[in-house]
Design a protein around this ligand. Structure first.
Ligand code: PLP
Length: 248
């Protein structure tokens, strides 16, 4: 961790968001900040909530279930942003109000079955693999519309928009391409006027590329490192590890 306090780092992020909004002539109220809290202790999460933040996102089921009972969530909303195996859905749905990583029908069906049993509904985003990297999760861009049409038939799921992870590259245009692609899929879906499908949320942009994401239309950035410091594990621990698991 650098010696800036959590409060100063949050201020810094808010300033970066404001500058990016100004540059692209957007209203700062239209871009939400979600704190990506993987590996962050419940104590530090509570600290950021006490500073006025209201939106947190966990990436691992185990961390969610361990930390959640210790987090003061009365004022906050919790989302799930990591890859979700169908056999772990049950552990997640009681804790969160939105899942960003729905990328296959099997997961949608599983959510629908459990939500039907409990009589609840849930907001979801459809994750798209806009970088076409083997290692990343998400539905292929060409298949996104079809998946959304299938998911739209499951009336316990409120489809609110799309999520993606931009390509990591020294060339910022690589990430920009990903964000533009997500935006174009949003427009493609909107043009279809699918009943019950809202497409207002674009969850894209992280510590390193949030400005580009905002310029390209992000309505929710997910920030971890720039606020909480470097993590002990590489992101591949969160993003690739289960890619080997046959879950379809
Ligand atoms: C960890 C994570 C983030 C935050 O990434 P940083 O680079 O630490 O800001 C955003 N989205 C997802 C899905 C993540 O797993």
């Amino acid at each position: 961790m650098s010696n800036l306090s959590l409060e100063e780092k949050l201020t810094d992020i808010r300033n970066r968001m404001d500058r990016a909004c100004k540059k692209s002539d957007r209203n700062p109220n239209d871009v939400k900040l979600l704190l990506a809290t993987k590996t962050v202790s419940a104590e530090n999460i509570n600290h950021t909530l006490a500073l006025g933040e209201t939106l947190i996102g966990e990436s691992k089921v185990q961390e969610l279930t361990e930390k959640f009972p210790l987090i003061r969530t009365e004022q906050a909303e919790s989302h799930f942003i990591g890859h979700l195996q169908t056999n772990k859905v049950k552990k997640v749905i009681d804790y969160v109000t939105c899942i960003h990583s729905v990328d296959r029908l099997k997961l949608g069906n599983r959510l629908h079955r459990l939500l039907t049993e409990s009589g609840n509904k849930l907001d979801i985003l459809v994750q798209v693999n806009t970088s076409y990297e083997e290692s990343k999760f998400g539905v292929a861009p060409d298949d996104a519309l079809h998946l959304i049409k299938q998911l739209a038939k499951l009336d316990t799921l409120n489809i609110k928009g799309l999520m993606t992870i931009g390509k990591f590259s020294a060339d910022p245009d690589e990430a920009r391409k990903c964000f533009r692609l997500l935006k174009s899929i949003q427009e493609e879906v909107q043009a279809e006027n699918i009943p019950r499908v809202e497409m207002d949320v674009l969850s894209m942009g992280m510590s390193g590329d949030l400005e580009i994401a905002i310029e390209e239309g992000s309505t929710m950035i997910r920030v971890g490192t720039a606020i909480f410091g470097e993590r002990m594990y590489p992101d591949s621990y969160y993003w690739n590890e289960q890619k080997q698991v046959i879950d379809e």
